[in-house]
Design a protein around this ligand. Sequence first.
Ligand SMILES: [Zn+2]
Length: 144
Amino acid sequence: MDFKDKIFKLGGDVRNSAGKIAGDAIDGAKKAAEKVKINSAIAKSESTIQNAYISIGKKYEELHSNDPERVFVSFLDIIEREKENIAQLNQELAAIDNAVVCKKCGKYVQQGQKFCSACGARQDETETEFIELNPEKSSKDSEN
Ligand SMILES: [Zn+2]
């Protein structure tokens, strides 16, 4: 094999290994894409299961909150406690903006707004609770 042949052979080897590397890269990319697709399908199924579990829990609360089986009492207590906490926090939010709290859903709405933007309930004095921005000062005092 003379020098020219050696160079020619080397060029061929380089081409072949470059081709193999490119082929492996394409193969790797295909495998990675396939794994992403499968993982995404798994995540979707897991999410659907989670939502079904949540629905079971909500339905149980709806049907049995007054007569829960013993094993569910602590969970229902947690939900009740956190709902009260959320209501309290919404009142704090409302107080910051001198807003009112929707009695239907507990979200706060700006004073003067006719409907709750969260649940659509009509907002008037019978359905909302006015939050005193400054409890020390009554609304009668502010008339001056
Ligand atoms: Zn509402």
